[in-house]
Design a protein around this ligand. Sequence first.
Ligand code: SF4
Length: 339
Amino acid sequence: MKNKRTLDKLGRPFTDLRISVTDRCNFRCQYCMPREIFGKDYPFLSRDELLTFEEIARFVHALAPYGLGKVRITGGEPLIRKDVEELVAMLREQGPGLDLAMTTNGSLLPQKAASLKGAGLDRVTISLDSLDDEVFMTMNDVDFPVEKILDGITAAEEHELLPIKINMVVKRGVNEESILPMAEYFRGRGHILRFIEYMDVGSTNAWKMDEVVSAREILERIQAVHPLERIDPNSPSEVAKRWRYRDGKGEIGLIASVTDPFCGSCTRLRLSAPGELYTCLFAHQGFDIKGLLRGGASDQELADFVFSLWARRDDNYSQKRSQSGPSDDGKVEMSYIGG
Ligand code: SF4
């Protein structure tokens, strides 16, 4: 079938779609949405600029026959988009076999976990950068207690949005002393704690290389207390390197985009909330599909557009960064296309 075998210029297939449903968030994480930029006068997208749930579902329907295996709903914070569970239900209907996941800051999960599960969501990834309220607040610049995020994790567990992954971004000088307490808290709980190297996403977080705590250092800090062994990835495009505790107390993940880039196996496209496709987290240009959707394009025309874009794709920003350093040519904001 045409499109099915389309590989990009680096020989990668398209299998994962990340869908941002809003550019808004109720947190102000300094590595993603620094308050000094994303303040009360920031020109966030208005509701009528956003793709409707029907349009998003239609887009997924057009791609489903061509190897789309995983859809991740992101934001900003996806749970602040009103009735997002309705989108989950539509996507589940479009793709009964789809791996349907969501990345959230967890703040609204106690209220939403049941309806998300009921709508057909499989699992959640929850961001939590420290167990210490003060450090958490420093990192996320909101007066929101860690305990409530832990309540969100419990709600996800109770409603079987499993497996639960916990994402911790580590920034030197802010939360590296939280690495071991986080590892010890989540050991033996059945959730997968993933440590993410601080990245130069977008052009607003004033990223510096010396604020990156490398995956190797994170590993050494934990290994010194709790021996770990490397285990195989679940899939070729998995971003995290998996390590399990030798004493059987579960596993952790290391996402080393800066010191050990994984562009070679990157099979992801990102859809922004107003309907542009991005071929890389660090892209600086999107490709409009809203016009196609509202202009009456057929499913085949939509799919052809996506795969002709994919066939031209040669993104490998993180690899380039590791060879020639970062570039700040107006990269799209992570909060706009969802990590
Ligand atoms: S930098 Fe771009 S190409 Fe590389 S892994 Fe990230 S999204 Fe994929």
